[in-house]
Design a protein around this ligand. Structure first.
Ligand code: ADP
Ligand code: LRH
Length: 481
């Protein structure tokens, strides 16, 4: 038996998986909410709660009769834990949307120019990349730090007592050279941390160790062999895309929309930098050449703030019943939408400032976001084709957001591509596939994707007859340029 722990910015789950009669059979055994909250001066994740939920999920597994398993953990990227000499956490885990890094990128670029950082790492510029977060740490705390562990590696450490730095997530620190797979010493020096303060780099598929006997006894857990999977959730999500052959792109649709292709080499040139595409490390030393788009975060925030309670499905239904004569054109990439105090007001202010219709009810707000997201997806796909010199015929959408039929159809319409959606739990599946390969039950990622294809249904969306949408697309495009 194999168990995936998949924790995104909005929720976490434990999913069991096993091969039965040539199919991958999964069961979600535990789900819990995630989010960050102000603690003292910073917005922080409740890491102890996440650890407790993993233990709780494993207890449930044991009660269901699972005596032994392999276990893989993936979470969102970039955030980290500082461990002291006694192996204890020195501080809470600050969330990447905290404002402490707001102006840090510009400060860092004064010492190492932006172009050089991109050439050295191939990683996109996001104010919250680990490098900028580490740059804000004070000397005294740095001096007391024995080890810096990214979030999933900290959870691995809590379960096994072993410290590693799993490669797919490590790449999001923007501190590694993608070709040597080693720290770039100039960039590391900027942060004032030393390489000895990081654990050894391990590739996805490496066995980390057994869950501690004390934990197993105390909580009555199955015997678990912890395996480093693609511990960056996006790495696991892409491993779980049910694609084959050439000509496909993916969209991992959750709190963030991650849209891109899988490549065997990074692209480190200026055009790639200008479009802020990233070369994150994937399973088997592949590169995830992708772009971060604000994603369902906007929908999550609108839902949280809207005075009437709607679930995500109902929000999409309301949008499908809404007719907006002129969909407001919004630059969703504007940093003002990264962490506004009130997303609904921010969106409405933007419309007022740009003399556009101001959406008010839940249907209008949702539809406005969906149209603009689909438009951005289509722009990113065009950029991808240009930057990679390949042509894309199919877009695979996975993750929680792939359940949004309105957005899926708009994405097909704006991009003119065939859109294949599902599975929703691709991240957990990609996590499981790496465990299954490590356990010797499957021999390659391709075989894993084939297994996912044959085990789970997908849904296909074809672009509608253009006409109207072409007009809308041109209008939104023109008003942006
Ligand atoms: P993360 O891993 O970043 O926490 P998920 O992959 O779990 O994110 O996706 C969460 C998103 O999925 C929600 O923000 C929501 O927009 C979307 N979603 C979840 N359920 C539905 C649904 N029934 N219909 C439409 N969208 C949904
Ligand atoms: C998605 C994700 C994404 C990162 C962001 C911090 O959950 O890991 O790939 O850019 O969170």
């Amino acid at each position: 038996m194999h168990i995936a722990v998949d924790i995104g910015a909005s929720s976490g789950r434990l999913v069991t998986g096993e091969l039965k009669e040539g199919k991958l059979v999964i069961q979600e055994i535990h789900r819990f909410a995630n989010g960050y909250q102000k603690q003292g001066a910073y917005q922080c994740w409740d890491i102890d709660h996440l650890e407790e939920q993993i233990l709780r999920g494993l207890q449930i597994a044991k009660r269901q009769g699972i005596q032994s398993c392999t276990l893989g953990i993936d979470t969102w990227a970039v955030d980290y834990v500082l461990l002291g000499k006694d192996g204890e956490r020195l501080r809470e885990v600050i969330a990447y949307r905290d404002s402490r890094t707001d102006d840090v990128m510009e400060q860092v670029w004064k010492t190492v120019p932006k172009h050089d950082i991109y050439r050295k790492t191939g990683i996109q510029f996001q104010p919250f990349n680990t490098i900028y977060q580490l740059f804000t740490e004070n000397e005294e705390l740095i001096g007391r730090t024995e080890t810096v562990l990214l979030v999933p590696d900290y959870l691995h450490y809590r379960l096994t007592g072993k410290k590693v730095m799993e490669a797919t997530n490590a790449s999001t620190m923007q501190l590694f050279d993608p070709l040597t797979r080693d720290f770039d010493e100039d960039l590391l020096a900027l942060t004032s941390f030393q390489s000895k303060q990081f654990a050894p780099l391990v590739e996805a598929g490496t066995v980390i160790g057994e869950i501690k006997g004390t934990l197993q006894k105390q909580y009555d857990l199955p015997a678990c062999t912890v395996i480093a999977v693609g511990s960056h959730d996006t790495a696991s999500a892409i491993a779980g895309v049910p694609a084959a052959g050439e000509g496909w792109a993916y969209l991992s649709s959750g709190t963030w929309s991650l849209i891109g292709t899988e490549r065997s080499e990074p692209i480190l040139d200026d055009s790639s930098l200008d479009k802020n595409f990233t070369n994150e490390w994937g399973i088997n030393k592949t590169y995830r050449y992708l772009k971060n788009i604000i994603g369902m975060w906007m929908i999550q925030e609108i839902r949280r703030l809207y005075p009437v309670d709607y679930n995500f499905g109902e929000m999409a239904e309301e949008a499908s019943r809404t007719d907006l004569k002129q969909v407001p054109s919004i630059d969703l990439n504007d940093p003002r939408f990264l962490k506004p105090a009130n997303m609904i007001e921010e969106l409405q202010d933007y419309c007022r400032e740009t003399d556009q219709y101001v959406p008010t009810n839940i249907g209008e707000l949702g539809l406005t976001v969906y149209h603009n997201l689909a438009m951005l997806y289509s722009e990113a796909l065009e950029e991808l084709e240009l930057l990679t010199g390949t042509s894309i015929r199919t877009l695979h959408i996975v993750g929680g957001g792939s359940q949004n039929q309105v957005l899926n159809q708009l994405t097909a319409d704006y991009s003119g591509l065939q859109v294949i959606t599902g599975p929703t739990e691709a991240t957990a599946l990609g996590n499981l596939i790496v465990q299954i390969i490590a356990a010797g039950e499957l021999d390659s990622l391709e075989a894993g994707r084939q297994l996912i294809r044959s085990s789970f249904p997908v849904r296909t969306y074809l672009p509608a007859d253009q006409g109207l949408l072409d007009k809308e697309r041109r209008r939104i495009h023109d008003s942006k340029s």
